[in-house]
Ligand binder design. Structure first.
Ligand code: ATP
Ligand code: MG
Length: 419
């Protein structure tokens, strides 16, 4: 039998309530914060990610699903949302709308990674982007939206870590200090980090290799090497978060995986879901729009991994209630009754009632077993005498009590059903 590609998932009906709960909570909360939804293509010109995400990142170097189409053009399945949204914003002239422009998205992303708990090759993100506001207040308000969504979902044990990775002004000096530090310990670095030392030393701080983590612990910190403006920005951010009542820890190890970040970076980490513990990551990307050919425009955003949010929901026992069960199951006996049952069911459904009836031609016994299995609250058996009299016995499944009802008067039937 053909199986799904490695690292992809089938999301079965019994899991869907978790997805819908998160999607609904995130969308409704984002709307309260003034964000509107945007939908973008699943694949983009490869060049967009090379320029946008940054070609020294793992995402671009090792993880992209790139293909050429029938006309030999290179496309890539989106590994993240920000670059595509920045492209769409520019292409559609959205920067001339009222700024800040606030957008949210719900997308699938593709990265060629080693599949494990909380990490797959096709995965799903809810994210937001805010364009045109460069202040620390904008950072705080985007972070407060992530915080509100996480709290509304009902997650506990999720902590916010923030950091500043500086700007093109202060980064060269910091890079030099970092390179000097790691050069002295080059033999202890993993092969990838030895490469990063040449291309993008900041990425060493994000390496998951235990020896690199140990070495990184004493590395120079970005926050000790910020220019005056970046330092003021970071202090303002801390004050803003405090004013909003949002708890945080400054974690100098947070640098984020993509090259477009400047100044503020942050992660929400859930310690109860194992190694892939970052449920939300984000940051400021003041250079991105300009890099993609647009005017200098500040931006900030975040993305949440939905599977990781679900793992966290399950780990802390969030109750999302039971899925809705049918109010009525109609069990016909015989061909004529089957046709009538379909008609009654249809009328009930159109009037908003969750009703069901036999479509398998099952025996009455099998039908009652089925009604029990699907958890129908009421059942109605219809045979030739019921069709003739227009009346039948409505059975309440929980206590087997019966009430006589009219089967042709839908309003009366609904009244008895309490619908
Ligand atoms: P990680 O450090 O876990 O690799 P990242 O820095 O690559 O994450 P981002 O690109 O910032 O992640 O994506 C934002 C969020 O999307 C992550 O915090 C995580 O919740 C989720 N995510 C990223 N990659 C995957 C994946 N392969 N499978 C499932 N979720 C993912
Ligand atoms: Mg990653």
């Amino acid at each position: 039998m053909i199986q799904k590609p490695r690292g992809t998932m089938d999301i079965l009906p019994e899991e869907i309530p978790y997805w819908q709960y998160i999607e609904k909570t995130a969308k409704e909360t984002a709307a309260r914060y003034g964000f509107s939804e945007i939908r973008i293509p699943t694949f983009e010109a490869t060049e967009l990610f090379l320029r946008g995400v940054g070609d020294t990142t793992d995402v671009v170097q090792k993880e992209m699903y790139t293909f050429t189409d029938r006309e030999d053009r290179s496309y890539t399945l989106r590994p993240e949302g920000t670059a595509g949204i920045a492209r769409a914003v520019l292409e559609n002239g959205k920067l001339s709308d009222a700024l800040p422009l606030r957008l949210y998205y719900l997308i699938n992303c593709f990265r060629y990674e080693k599949p494990q708990a909380g990490r797959s090759r096709e995965f799903f993100q809810f994210g937001v982007e805010m364009f045109g506001a460069g202040s620390a207040a904008a950072d705080a308000s985007v972070i407060s939206l992530a915080d509100a969504i996480i709290k509304k979902i009902g997650l506990k044990d999720v902590n916010l870590s923030i950091n500043s990775i500086g700007c093109p002004e202060c980064r060269p000096k910091y890079h030099a200090a970092l390179v000097e530090y790691f050069k002295a310990n080059e033999d202890k670095l993993c092969p990838t980090c030895r490469e990063r030392l040449k291309t993008n030393p900041l990425r060493i701080l994000d390496c998951k290799n235990p020896e690199c983590i140990e070495l990184a612990a004493d590395a120079p910190k970005t926050i000790d090497n910020l220019c005056e403006e970046c330092e003021t920005h970071f202090n303002q951010l801390k004050l803003s978060l405090e004013s909003m009542g949002i708890a945080y820890t400054v974690n100098p190890r947070i640098v984020r995986g993509l090259d477009y970040y400047t100044r503020t970076v942050f992660e929400f980490i859930c310690d109860t879901i194992g190694a892939q513990s970052t449920v939300c990551g984000g940051g400021r990307y003041d250079g991105l729009i300009n890099q993609l050919g647009g005017p200098k425009t500040p931006g900030i955003g975040f993305a949440m991994g939905i599977t990781r949010l679900i793992l966290a929901m399950k780990a802390c026992g969030v109750d999302i209630g039971e899925p809705e069960k049918p109010l009525l199951y109609i069990a016909p006996m015989g061909g004529e009754a089957s046709v009538a049952a379909l008609g009654i069911t249809e009328k009930l459904r159109l009037s908003g009632v969750y009703a069901d009836c036999d479509v398998c031609g099952r025996s009455l016994k099998a039908q009652m077993k089925y009604a029990d299995k699907i958890g129908a609250k009421y059942t109605l058996i219809i045979g030739s005498s019921e069709l003739e009299s227009g009346r039948a016995q409505l059975k309440k499944m929980s206590d087997s009590t019966q009430t006589e009802v009219s089967i042709y008067d839908i309003d009366a039937l609904r009244l008895v059903l309490g619908a």
